[in-house]
Design a protein around this ligand. Structure first.
Ligand SMILES: CC(C)(COP(=O)(O)OP(=O)(O)OC[C@H]1O[C@@H](n2cnc3c(N)ncnc32)[C@H](O)[C@@H]1OP(=O)(O)O)[C@@H](O)C(=O)NCCC(=O)NCCS
Length: 174
């Protein structure tokens, strides 16, 4: 598919504004300092040297007390996003696959993410790739807080936590 996926470098962040738009650019720019201090990593997908997608992985302490209680030390995937005109070509899957590889290399055996109640497409995508909803009711219907560039978790929307075993065999990564 001619797509390169790698960890973001400082000069990669500004071009995100052209392909993903300003809100997503703000999100990833605000996470870059966390990468510098070693609390997470931004992974980016490039086609013809232009960024076409990105995701942030974090092994920092979760903001949500519910996650700290039930899924302590499980790393998190945030803001998986592919530019509209590059979707349905395996780039989202490629970013998630690389994110999971990096987390396995760091010694983790599970990963979690939040998906908005209304985002049926993303939920179906994650369930298809083997993510499941944990049994604890506290991990469903979490209230969103406003964050820089955090469009998906708009205030008023609620989200559910999904978890995956990093040693599972997903249905079709390629
Ligand atoms: C979710 C998102 C990242 C997926 O990116 P993508 O590059 O289009 O994803 P891929 O091409 O790797 O995978 C999509 C494919 O997965 C497969 N797939 C997804 N759900 C499936 C299901 N339930 N059953 C079978 N196949 C499924 C299909 O082959 C699908 O291809 P299709 O859309 O052509 O049918 C992208 O749609 C996006 O950026 N959405 C907006 C942001 C967002 O909602 N992010 C999630 C935040 S939680």
């Amino acid at each position: 598919m001619g797509v390169l996926i790698r960890v973001a470098k400082p000069d990669d962040i500004e071009p995100l504004i052209e392909t993903l738009g300003s809100a997503h650019h703000v999100f990833f720019r605000s996470r870059f300092p966390l990468q510098i201090v070693g609390l997470g990593q931004i992974l980016m997908a490039f086609r013809d040297e232009r960024p076409v997608g990105a995701v942030f992985i974090s092994w920092d302490l979760a903001d949500e007390p519910e996650i700290r209680e039930h899924l302590a030390e499980v790393p998190m995937v945030f803001h998986l996003h592919v530019a509209v005109e590059h979707r349905h070509q395996g780039i989202g899957r490629g970013l998630l696959r690389r994110a999971e590889e990096l987390l396995r290399e760091r010694g983790h055996d599970r990963v979690l993410l939040g998906v908005d109640k209304s985002n049926e497409m993303a939920r179906a995508f994650y369930l298809w790739l083997g993510y499941t909803q944990p049994a604890e009711p506290e991990l469903s219907d979490l209230g969103a807080t406003a964050e820089p560039g955090e469009l998906a978790h708009s205030v008023g929307e609620t989200y559910d936590i999904l978890v995956a075993d990093l040693r599972r065999v997903p249905p079709r990564w390629e």
